[in-house]
Design a protein around this ligand. Structure first.
Ligand code: ADP
Ligand code: MG
Length: 303
């Protein structure tokens, strides 16, 4: 399952911006979240997009709880799994369209202008690639943002009011583009425009005061068997080769440096202790035998 929200809440003082919310979204859906201003939509999106953490409950992406991941793993999830599109675009004003797309590649440490150009071509902006954001219309800027979100080929696109700053005609262009995107990705979109949601989304969730008021297609596991906890069948030896398992364990050691160091330290305490006891007992017994020898030498026995 790509996205699961398990009893998540976000609490600010005594305001529950998101209140004990459950939601399961399989791949291939286009989920629209609608609701009036202040209903908790952005708060919810930020928690799904690893930009904020829930006060209670957990967000699971591809079955992994975000709260269990360390900083490196979380950065990987942000990089590889999630593409973001915002209402306010957030394009760098002094960079051209193609450079703005390359900014997202930068975090992936493969900056490739050709690939960025291809992404712009997909959103129909090849001929605007070297324009600055200020020289582009709102709709064009938002298409640059979609190209930027797609460049790392994420499985999940999160769009918070992507058409909020656009007129209705340009909104439709951007929605048509997202429709292409949604063919092989999960799109979660927040919108204040119920008509666009009706027309494009495959599922609509209505939020009010941080609670889901309606869901047009609540997720139901297909049958009992699928719902049951998965059974681990292979009870024999794992089929991993020795080399793979060694490299996996080495990687594991490297990713959890603090734990590895602590374990090594704790283990060495035991070994040091044994060495100390052995050397002490050895030294004491040698001391005693030396003393015996010297004492007996002072009183030689005569028979
Ligand atoms: P929406 O996106 O649906 O308009 P938000 O998710 O932005 O709503 O906000 C939901 C509620 O949470 C609002 O009442 C807002 O004032 C409150 N809120 C959002 N962020 C914070 C914050 N950082 N601190 C305190 N209250 C917040
Ligand atoms: Mg909002």
């Amino acid at each position: 399952m790509l996205l699961e929200l398990d009893h998540i809440s976000k609490i600010y003082g005594d305001l529950r911006a998101v209140d004990d919310l459950n939601l399961t979204v399989p791949e291939g859906e286009w989920l629209a979240i609608v609701g009036s201003s202040g209903s908790g939509k952005t708060t919810l999106m930020n928690m799904i997009g690893c930009m904020d953490t829930p006060s209670k409950g957990s967000v699971k992406l591809e079955g992994r709880k975000l709260e269990d991941l360390n900083a490196t793993q979380l950065a990987d999830v942000r990089k590889n799994l999630i593409g973001l599109v915002f209402q306010k675009f957030y394009l760098v004003p002094h960079l051209t369209a193609v450079e703005n797309v390359m900014v997202a590649q930068y975090y992936h440490s493969v900056v490739d202008e050709k690939q960025a150009m291809e992404a712009l071509e997909k959103v129909g902006l090849k001929d605007r690639a070297h324009h600055l954001p200020g020289q582009l219309s709102g709709g064009e800027q938002q298409r640059v943002c979609v190209a930027r979100a797609l460049i790392n080929d994420p499985k999940l696109i999160l769009a918070d009011e992507p058409t909020g700053a656009l007129d209705s005609e340009t909104s439709i262009q951007v929605m048509e583009l997202l429709k292409e995107v949604a063919r092989d990705r999960l799109v979660v979109m927040v919108t204040h425009n119920p008509e666009l949601a009706e027309r494009y989304a495959t599922r609509i969730v209505k939020l009010k005061d941080g609670v889901i008021r309606s869901d047009t297609m609540p997720y139901e596991p297909e049958d009992e068997a699928a719902a049951a906890a998965p059974v681990h069948r292979n009870m024999g030896h794992s089929s991993m080769s020795l080399l793979t398992s060694l490299s996996l364990s080495f990687n594991n050691l490297l990713t959890k440096k603090a734990r590895t160091l602590l374990t090594a330290f704790a283990g060495s305490i035991g070994i040091i202790g044994i060495a100390l006891i052995l050397s002490l007992s050895n030294g004491v017994s040698r001391y005693i035998s030396n003393m015996e020898k010297s004492t007996l030498a002072a009183y030689p026995l005569q028979i």
